[in-house]
Design a protein around this ligand. Structure first.
Ligand SMILES: NC(=O)c1ccc[n+]([C@@H]2O[C@H](COP(=O)([O-])OP(=O)(O)OC[C@H]3O[C@@H](n4cnc5c(N)ncnc54)[C@H](OP(=O)(O)O)[C@@H]3O)[C@@H](O)[C@H]2O)c1
Length: 240
């Protein structure tokens, strides 16, 4: 039987790589990273697409390529790629603000736009957008990042409602997931004292690992999750 196709952005490392490994047996994967050299782990049978999502031209070419090469049988999109440059907003250079907005929010919006066109023709599809706990709570020194992550949750809820208006017989789900503190390159940079502070706020008494998130994504893509839509799933050990 032909496997359904799933696009995972930011699949070279961290959460994206763990999600790719988890889904590899059940789906044909379209893996994305900013550049070819980023792919250091091979996932046999997958397609590789590269684009710097901060660059509008590359983003538009990426969306065109996705529709042209994979539009016929694309089943799901995991908008996972993201960056954070932590500092007080008053000291954040505009180029960093633009990069966070473009990579974390504009690119997922444009990829969702492409996916919605594809899914409305195929009459089926799932989008999972990567939000974050800080999109709900806010976080000092992550003002722009937090704004993009709140945006991912709102984008998902809105698109799920749009999908409901496409027409009879369509089955399109749009969700976001909101990880808490997961151990990856992104959180590696946080100072030890800060990490200790977060650990004390997590009832599970541990940081999350990438598999906690990958398992959730695999479930949300499956038919077992067919009644879960237009919501955000927290994966945070109870962080508050
Ligand atoms: N780790 C956490 O605790 C946590 C918590 C909540 C939410 N999240 C979210 O989860 C997602 C993945 O986080 P992570 O911790 O796995 O991050 P990570 O280890 O830093 O990986 C980031 C991924 O994004 C890609 N990326 C970065 N800049 C890009 C650009 N300009 N164009 C295209 N791709 C780019 C990277 O590709 P290259 O290798 O090519 O640079 C990489 O694959 C992010 O959206 C993050 O905000 C993470």
């Amino acid at each position: 039987m032909t496997k359904k196709k799933v696009l995972i952005t930011g699949a070279s490392r961290g959460l994206g790589l763990a999600i790719s490994k988890k889904l590899a047996a059940d789906y044909t994967l379209i893996l994305h990273a900013s550049r070819q050299e980023s792919f250091t782990t091979e996932i046999p049978g997958s397609y590789l697409l590269c684009a710097d999502l901060a660059d509008t031209e590359q983003l538009n070419d990426f969306c065109k390529m996705l529709k042209k090469e994979h539009g016929d049988d694309l089943y799901a999109v995991i908008n996972n790629a993201g960056v954070t440059f932590d500092k007080p907003l008053m000291y954040q250079p505009e180029r960093e603000i633009d990069a966070i907005l473009n990579i974390n929010l504009k690119a997922p919006i444009m990829i969702c736009k492409t996916a919605m066109k594809i899914f409305s023709m195929n009459k089926t599809g799932v989008i999972i957008n990567m939000s974050s706990v800080v999109g709900q709570t806010g976080n000092a020194f992550q003002a722009v990042y937090s704004a993009t992550k709140a945006g991912m949750a709102a984008l998902s809820r809105s698109l799920a409602q749009e999908a409901a208006n496409i027409g009879e017989g369509h089955n399109i789900r749009v969700l976001s997931i909101a990880p808490g503190f997961i151990e990856t390159d992104m959180t590696e940079r946080i100072p030890a004292a800060e990490k200790e502070k977060y650990l004390n706020m997590i009832p599970a008494k541990r940081f999350g690992n990438v598999d906690d998130v990958a398992e959730t994504v695999a479930f949300l893509l499956s038919d077992k999750a067919s009644y879960i839509n237009a919501t955000s799933i927290n994966i945070n050990g109870g962080l508050f």
